[in-house]
Design a protein. Structure first.
Length: 210
């Protein structure tokens, strides 16, 4: 039980409307910070959904419904966020989930938190070809690129994307993330680092763009 329980339950059940109502209640009525709603309510609910899927209790349609409820909840929380540092000239970050990968909930959370810290985020979406990421990074004069991938197959695509970016824009920092990305993989593929979560991503971006 606890204040986040109804929201988590709504996300796990894939009930978009109820999830949105609970997020509103937590933020507008109970005064909970939007960031806390994401890290203590939405992310743990998604972790639970992931476990249910892995043990075969949940199937794809339920996963999709939960993902949708989580996204709607996240969007609502983002609307309520106060940028902590708007006005400061913080770096431009190009974000993308690599080609072949449709998982974007984690990337979206990373984008939300970066924006709330005052970074300018150009989110290219999911299933984004390496060439398109390269073009966007160079046209926007990005200070850093962040790539996300969740599947074994798309981790290979992530490696190819990092390689292309490093060949064409050698001075541009590239960071990577996603459930199965770790420090040694990040290093092996020639990226500038990884972070296990959104706050870690903000710290890394801050360190690499100062
Ligand atoms: Co799929 N899926 N999925 N899925 N899905 C996984 C990844 C899987 C591990 C589940 C499993 O089978 N155990 C498995 C991959 C296995 C593998 O390759 N090793 C899998 C599979 C197989 C598939 C399909 C192939 C299923 C099918 O069709 N048979 C299919 C693939 C489609 C495709 O991509 N081509 C598929 C589809 C889907 C849905 C569409 C239903 C949905 C995604 C919806 C969406 O994203 N819009 C979905 C979901 C929800 C999951 C699980 C259950 C949860 C992922 C998630 O959103 N987690 C996942 C199982 C799991 O991870 N336990 C699974 C919550 C999210 C907040 O965490 O993304 O890790 P995460 O992001 C974190 C950190 O990793 C980090 O910060 C975030 C916030 O804390 N982070 C970064 C992420 N990006 C970062 C970037 C950074 C820094 C940090 O710097 C740039």
């Amino acid at each position: 039980q606890g204040p986040y329980f109804p929201l988590m339950e709504a996300i796990i059940e894939g009930d978009e409307k109820a999830a949105q109502l609970h997020v509103r209640d937590l933020i507008d009525e109970k005064g909970v910070k939007p960031m806390d709603v994401i890290s203590c309510g939405i992310i743990p609910a998604l972790e639970e959904v992931g476990k249910l899927y892995e043990v075969g209790e949940f199937f794809l349609p339920q996963l999709l419904a939960s993902a949708q409820a989580a996204q709607v909840s996240c969007d609502f929380a983002r609307e309520r966020m106060e940028p902590s540092d708007r006005g400061e000239n913080k770096a431009t970050v190009v974000l993308a989930t690599v080609e072949g990968d449709l998982h974007d909930l984690g990337k979206n959370i990373v984008g939300t938190v970066l924006r709330s810290y005052g970074y300018q985020v150009i989110d290219l979406g999911r299933n984004v070809p390496a060439q398109k990421i390269l073009e966007a990074a160079s046209e926007s004069n990005a200070h850093i690129v962040g790539l996300s991938a969740l599947m074994t197959t798309t981790m290979e695509e992530m490696a190819r994307t990092v390689k292309l970016l490093k060949e064409k824009l050698p001075h541009l920092p590239v960071i990577v993330g996603g459930a199965s990305v770790n420090e040694s993989f990040a290093k092996k593929i020639g990226s500038d680092g990884t972070a296990p979560d959104a706050i870690g991503a903000v710290r890394l971006v801050s360190r690499l763009t100062e």
